[in-house]
Design a protein around this ligand. Structure first.
Ligand code: COA
Length: 214
């Protein structure tokens, strides 16, 4: 058993560790200054990470950034709920918000103000939303996915990974809540597939049915 699972399985110890790591309400989702100095500040010296980005990172989950990847000004990265894994040559545009668990495979491109949400709050009316436990909703963007500006990608409420397939393109201002197949163009709210890459014709074609698929 490693240290992380030992702490997780002992509620008293878990409570103590969390109270050492995190600030008190109303800033309880942010780590204390010494944790920030030790674990977050050094990351700003990493090539590709803007000093104007905001890294809300916790030491017990992973954050990785591949070679030649870029975290732009105003980007927020939060790994409190799960790992944020970014492979090589990934670009995140100005103002993106990435809440883990998220995996961005190589060559993924996020335009400006894309929001990827790897968690959900409960929404029952019995108590305030932030008193509900949060649940993980992992999001995976496969190789060379391009996401248009302003798009929101929400993980699945059942906790299964939401996958945007290799080489798919998502239109500006879309809301993606379901898997998107590889080699397709999807647009709108909720996002629907409107084009599929035809390798024989070497061009994008409309889906076989007149209705958008998915
Ligand atoms: C999705 C996108 C890549 C598709 O481009 P394309 O392959 O040239 O496709 P088309 O313009 O032929 O559009 C295909 C269909 O989707 C529709 N569509 C395209 N983009 C859309 C969008 N963002 N929202 C809603 N519908 C859209 C088109 O009207 C068209 O509908 P039709 O089949 O009824 O004619 C492009 O429209 C887009 O949104 N790009 C994002 C731009 C961006 O964010 N740039 C920032 C760069 S940093």
């Amino acid at each position: 058993m490693n240290l992380k699972s030992f702490v997780k399985e002992n509620p008293m110890i878990k409570k103590l560790v969390l109270s050492i790591l995190f600030r008190r309400r109303p800033y309880q989702s942010k780590v204390r200054w010494f944790v920030w100095c030790l674990f977050i500040f050094p990351k700003y010296f990493r090539r590709g990470i803007s000093w104007r980005s905001r890294l809300d990172l916790v030491p017990f989950n992973k954050f990785s950034l591949g070679s030649y990847s870029r975290i732009e000004d105003g980007v927020v990265i939060n790994n409190g709920m799960g790992d944020v894994m970014i492979e090589d040559e990934v670009h995140t545009g100005i103002g993106c918000v990435l809440i883990g668990p998220i995996t961005l495979h190589k060559h993924v491109g996020l335009s400006q103000y894309v929001r990827i949400l790897g968690m959900h709050h409960g929404i029952g009316p019995d108590k305030p939303h932030h008193h509900h436990p949060s649940t993980k909703a992992p999001v995976i963007l496969e190789e060379d996915v391009f996401v248009g500006t302003g798009t929101v990608i929400m993980g699945k409420k059942n906790g299964e990974p939401l996958v945007l397939g290799k080489y798919c393109r998502i239109g500006a201002n879309s809301v993606v809540m379901t898997d998107i197949p590889p080699y397709s163009v999807a647009v709108g709210n909720p996002a629907k597939v409107v084009r599929i890459w035809n390798a024989t014709l070497n061009k994008w074609v409309k889906p076989a049915s007149n209705k958008p698929i998915l």
